[in-house]
Unconditional design. Structure first.
Length: 448
């Protein structure tokens, strides 16, 4: 405990780190306030039906990502998911279209161009999702909820202005995330998603506690058991985020003037889960497509069959497709972030080589083989954690609380927290203060 308070004091002694943390907290406050600003023309006291609809099922998951803004009919109702969807499209285009492949190789200038294209595509995606969201709001709320229209259905003016506000709200949330990344601490987009998830945790925990107390025959014992299982899952997620395999690298001796360089053995760390939580975020964004096309309708109003199954996140086929998408995106994202040929070239330029493997093409093939082997179990475990909420639902855990047993929510929480703590620790160690841990080595998703 003493070490904890000393670390807090050291954090606020570093002026730059203190400013970054306060800046990040300020941006988060702005985001949370905006999630309660209701669209003009809607009575906030009439949102009961919408909040009831968004308390369960796939819409409940979408509401959790938006931090409750979805059920509040807020200007931030669509959250950051349109930006994630646009990013997925750009990433896929980078694999198939030479124009985008060329931009990826242009370094910083290419990255700026792709970011600009992603922003433009975000506007298009949001403009398509906003009318679907408004259609759902109008179907769920009574006519009295639309105040300026005297009980009549809103006209074209309401549709146009609300679509513009929802689009502007998503762009503003995206801008807030970029400001955190540039001037704050941690990855802004990931932090905004994490804040939305954490905002729902107290309600889910309290609701589960009350429901267990109302049960007869050891309900409180079951609740304690649920917490123990949750802690075990969190520890497994930490192992998934931090797990690495080290490849030995030998550096040849070089003599420059009177000084000798190299001749030492180091290790190249290859993460078991190099893609982090991005495969789950990408796969989850794709799984939202059916409900977007259906106008954010509830599963009961869609009918039966395979389409309804894709809108029920507790169904077998939904979770099977979700798991397969996660495994595919894990390999896809790992291939983007871990370029074995580039790693081989960098080793060769610096006089390094893997013992027993020829430099150049053979080294690239060896690294690619190692990455492929360790990515397979990592992707399987990632998919298992993602579908874990549906598994615990079979044991009577409430839907809202089950979402924190795995899936996107828990891995985002673990990954973002470790990334942020890693950046904080880097600032502490640079100023010769003790780190957050005794070893001083917190591994986030991006540590390589």
């Amino acid at each position: 405990m003493k070490r904890f308070f000393e670390t807090i004091q050291n954090i606020f002694k570093i002026e730059e780190l203190r400013k970054r943390i306060l800046y990040t907290l300020g941006i988060i406050v702005i985001y949370r306030v905006g999630s309660f600003i209701v669209l003009p023309g809607i009575d906030p006291s009439q949102l009961g039906a919408l909040q009831s609809q968004a308390s369960d099922g796939l819409l409940g998951l979408l509401n959790m990502f938006s931090g409750g803004a979805f059920s509040n009919a807020s200007i931030f109702a669509l959250g950051i998911m349109p930006y994630i969807s646009a990013s997925i499209i750009i990433q896929l285009l980078g694999m198939a279209i030479p124009y985008f492949q060329k931009m990826q190789k242009e370094g910083e200038s290419g990255r700026r161009k792709m970011n600009q294209i992603t922003r433009i595509l975000t506007i298009a995606v949001t403009a398509l999702q906003a009318p679907a969201y408004l259609s759902n709001v109008m179907s769920q709320l009574p006519s009295e909820a639309f105040v300026p229209f005297n009980g009549e259905a809103p006209g074209i003016f309401f549709w146009v202005t609300s679509t513009i506000l929802l689009t502007a709200g998503t762009l503003f949330v995206m801008w807030l995330g970029e400001r955190i990344t540039d001037n704050g601490i941690g990855n802004g987009i990931s932090l905004i998603i994490m804040v939305g998830i954490i905002a729902r945790l107290p309600f889910a925990l309290f609701g589960e506690f009350v429901s267990r107390l109302e049960q007869q025959g050891g309900g409180l014992v079951v609740f304690v058991l649920e917490l123990v299982v949750l802690i075990v899952v969190i520890l497994l997620c930490i192992l998934l985020v931090q797990g690495t395999r080290r490849i030995p690298v030998q550096y040849a001796k070089r003599v420059v003037g009177n000084k000798q360089y190299g001749g030492v053995r180091q290790y190249l760390p290859i993460k078991v889960n190099s893609a982090g939580v991005m495969p789950i975020i990408f796969a989850q964004a794709l799984m939202f497509i059916p409900i977007t096309i259906a106008g954010f309708a509830s599963p009961e109003s869609v009918g039966s069959g395979f389409w309804r199954t894709l809108m029920d996140f507790n169904s077998f086929w939904y979770n099977l497709i979700f798991a397969l998408l996660i495994m595919a995106f894990t390999y896809f994202y790992t291939a983007i972030t871990m370029n074995s040929q580039q790693i081989s070239d960098d080793l060769k330029k610096n006089g390094g080589f893997i013992p027993g493997v020829k430099p150049g093409k053979k080294t690239a093939e060896f690294i690619d083989e190692v990455i492929s082997r360790i990515t397979l179990p990592g992707s399987i475990f990632l998919a298992f954690v993602a579908v874990l909420p549906a598994i615990v639902r079979l044991f009577g855990v409430s839907t809202q609380f089950a979402q924190f047993y795995g899936g996107t929510s828990l891995l985002i929480l673990v990954g973002v927290v470790l990334d942020t703590l890693q950046q904080v620790e880097s600032h502490l160690l640079m100023r010769h203060y003790d780190g957050l841990t005794k070893s001083g080595r917190i591994k986030g998703r991006s540590s390589m």
